[in-house]
Ligand binder design. Structure first.
Ligand SMILES: *[C@@H]1O[C@H](CO)[C@@H](O)[C@H](O)[C@H]1NC(C)=O
Ligand SMILES: *[C@@H]1O[C@H](CO)[C@@H](O)[C@H](O)[C@H]1NC(C)=O
Length: 401
């Protein structure tokens, strides 16, 4: 039998019992040791190892508020993040006044989007936001009725402005109005090594493009999504991100968008003439082959710096600018592997810069490329392939002329 738990688990103040009214009064002073604005409402069943509850904090992020659907132990891990313990880390987050864009309603059913109203350069922050909700996939262990009860209660506990943002989200699946909005807008992120879903109303305003001009990442410390320009964006241009992995053939991208987001991909690289699509697909296939060759660190490796240069060129030809951090990293490593210090430094810097915008402040690749840029000689790849040079054809011992 599933049962509604009274969350005496959470606190020694066990005299307080659960009130089943849809929205309880905020906590009284004597419960001020509890870091949540309301008593968590919880459910458990034979499949849950811990009760799954909804935790709300209306003061979070200067009154934006948040609700979290997860186990108690997981909720307290989230609560230990700097976003909660040191709110000053949020000084660049949720500043939505005077943004560098305007909302725009596109004709022909494309819906709404954001148009730049000033020139944005690579690295300019477009916005950064904290989520309205964080939900752990374990909520799906509950019956649908209980899962929906937690989600509805969570929305009801958000501050009024954040409730309006939530109800302003689009829903595509036409079922329960809260569940639909969450499913349509959720992003998968990771907190304390747990996969979670988050909903951020601002990022939902950005349309998909297979060749986007902006990138986003989840920053675990600040529990925030950051969006930056990855190339120059001029006033009047739409700001776009990608919803999917774009380093795949057109057919795979179209299926992915239709399946997960319910729309037909209409960006320029999806709607091009079949001859141009074939060219693009061939470039993407070749990108995969080059990356694989460059990842070969065996003694049979045929990797050369020219391959990395070709890989970078293919990314540029495909206009996959936000993804350049990866081929730049390949280039830094392959130059380092032949002991070419300054080309390794050059590409390590480029890789760190682009990956900062696409993967985040504490991404492992960013940190590794920063170290490489300072001390290529200390990187694991340094001179790894010296002596692997293949003899140049017709030159006997490969010394050239
Ligand atoms: C627990 O999981 C099993 C297997 O997935 C499922 O058949 C059962 O209905 C679940 N129990 C509850 C209470 O949801
Ligand atoms: C751009 O539009 C926003 C409204 O979305 C406005 O607040 C901002 O002042 C505008 N900026 C410029 C430079 O016009």
């Amino acid at each position: 039998m599933n049962k509604l738990l009274s969350l005496t688990l959470l606190t020694a103040t066990s005299a307080l019992t659960h009130d089943k009214s849809p929205l309880q009064e905020p906590l009284l002073k004597d419960a001020s040791d509890l870091p949540w604005t309301y008593w968590p409402e919880c459910y458990s069943n034979e499949n849950t190892t811990e009760p799954i509850c909804v935790f709300s904090q209306q003061d979070f992020a200067s009154g934006r508020g948040i609700f979290i659907v997860t186990s108690t132990s997981n909720a307290y891990k989230i609560l230990s993040k700097p976003a909660f313990t040191n709110p000053s880390v949020l000084s660049r987050v949720n500043n939505h006044a005077n943004p560098p864009f305007e909302q725009h309603e596109f004709p022909n059913g494309k819906g709404r989007g954001l148009i730049a109203n000033k020139t944005l350069h690579r690295g300019d922050q477009i916005f950064a936001s904290t989520p309205l909700l964080i939900s752990h996939p374990d909520a799906y262990l509950l019956s649908e009725k209980e899962r929906l009860a937690l989600a509805h209660r969570g929305v009801a506990t958000l501050p009024p402005a954040s409730q309006s943002l939530f109800w302003g989200l689009l829903d595509h699946f036409k079922g329960d109005p809260v569940d639909d909005r969450i499913n349509t807008n959720a992003f998968d992120i990771s907190i304390a090594d747990e996969q979670q879903h988050v909903v951020l109303p601002e990022i939902a305003m950005l349309n998909h493009d297979c060749r986007p001009n902006a990138a986003y990442f989840w920053d675990e410390a600040t529990l925030s999504h950051y969006v930056h320009a990855t190339q120059t964006i001029y006033p009047g241009q739409e700001i776009t991100i990608t919803y999917i992995n774009n380093e795949r053939a057109r057919a795979a991208r179209v299926d992915n968008l239709e399946y997960n987001w319910g729309f037909k991909c209409s960006c320029s690289s999806c709607s091009a003439h079949p001859a141009l699509v074939a060219e693009s697909d061939a470039r993407i296939a070749q990108m995969g082959e080059l990356a694989e060759a460059l990842d070969d660190w065996s003694s049979e490796s045929s990797a050369t710096p020219e391959m990395a240069e070709a890989l970078i060129s293919l990314f540029e030809q495909e206009r996959l600018f936000a993804g350049l951090g990866t081929p730049y990293k390949h280039a830094a490593e392959v130059y380092a592997s032949f002991g070419d210090r300054w080309n390794a430094v050059r590409y390590a810097r480029l890789s760190a810069e682009v990956n900062l915008l696409d993967k985040g402040f504490s991404d492992v690749d960013v940190l590794e490329m920063r170290r490489m840029a300072r001390d290529p000689e200390l990187s694991w790849s340094w001179k790894k392939r010296v002596g692997h040079e293949r003899p140049a054809v017709g030159c006997g011992h490969g010394h050239g002329h």
